[in-house]
Design a protein around this ligand. Structure first.
Ligand code: NDP
Length: 257
């Protein structure tokens, strides 16, 4: 796996926490000698700490470039590649991970603000990111080369009451991944959809507007996945032989129905 990742430049959205943060570490630990990580999120100070942690643990073989980026702001996304130093622009792997749920509300009570935030981040943000990076992939020989790894959710396959908007955003991600993979079939660009079940991260705290007790109650009676469990799958998919695409994966805790 390490050999296939060597020399790659990997861009991760939502790298300041949970699955994105773990994915950064997992790539770095898998290929510690020759890798570039562009870590993006809104909380730049956390990204800078992660960069220091990676260098402290693994030395200078992994180069880390933290970038403040709000994926829900189309202008920021569009300006991203040009703002990168030249040697950081040859991105090989895009991990579209940034996302969130806000509120658990039945249809009559869904707030406009929550709805807009979820769609702007999970759907439009992911599509805008893909549009920003895809030209780099398409310029390469043989019709193009690169990996787009989209973090969807089990919620995009099976909705639950009170989660109508979040589930709809993740169903949209699935459809977009599926369509894009088919559009790019003649290239060496791989589109990979990974749909996690329950993972214990900041996700539930944000979903309940910071109410930690409500967030903890989500995991009562189940043993959720850790962010590392998904990170391992991300790195596994990215490090298959070039003609293999792990196109669509559901990753649940073994006790989740
Ligand atoms: P976390 O809340 O721990 O991490 C979410 C990350 O997304 C943070 O780094 C956050 O960074 C970033 N983010 C949020 N909004 C934006 C934005 N507008 N622009 C840029 N970055 C943003 O949650 P997870 O790690 O669990 O979530 C990661 C992905 O996994 C999400 O897409 C989520 O929907 C999905 N998922 C999670 C599951 C779970 O049970 N945890 C289950 C299934 C899917 P910052 O705030 O610094 O911008």
């Amino acid at each position: 796996a390490a050999k296939r990742l060597e020399g790659k430049t990997i861009l991760i959205t939502g790298a300041s926490s949970g699955i994105g943060r773990s994915t950064a570490f997992e790539f770095a630990r898998t290929c510690p000698n020759n890798l570039r990580l562009i870590l993006t999120a809104r909380r730049i100070e956390i990204l800078e700490k992660i960069a220091v942690e990676i260098h402290t643990e693994l030395g200078e073989g992994v180069k880390v470039f933290p970038v403040q980026l709000d994926v829900s702001k189309p202008d920021q996304v569009r300006g991203l590649v040009n703002a990168l130093p030249e040697e950081w622009r040859e991105i090989d792997i895009l991990v579209n991970n940034a996302g969130l749920a806000r509120g658990v509300s039945r249809a009559p009570n869904i707030s406009e603000d929550d709805m807009t935030t979820m769609f702007a981040t999970n759907v439009t943000g992911l599509i805008n990111m893909t549009q920003a990076i895809l030209p780099i992939f398409l310029e390469r020989p043989d019709g193009g080369r690169g990996d787009i790894i989209n973090i969807g959710s089990g919620a995009g396959r099976e909705a639950y009451p009170g989660g109508g908007v979040y589930c709809a955003t993740k169903a949209a991600v699935r459809s977009f991944s599926d369509s894009l993979r088919k559009e790019l079939i003649a290239t060496r660009i791989r589109v990979i959809e990974i749909d996690p079940g329950q993972v214990e991260t900041e996700f539930s705290v944000i979903r309940y507007y910071g109410d930690k007790n409500k967030a903890d109650a989500v995991y009562a009676g189940v043993q959720p996945l850790a962010a590392e469990d998904i990170a391992e799958i991300v790195v596994f998919t990215a490090s298959r032989r070039e003609n293999v695409v792990v196109a669509d994966t559901l990753v649940y805790p073994s006790h989740q129905a």
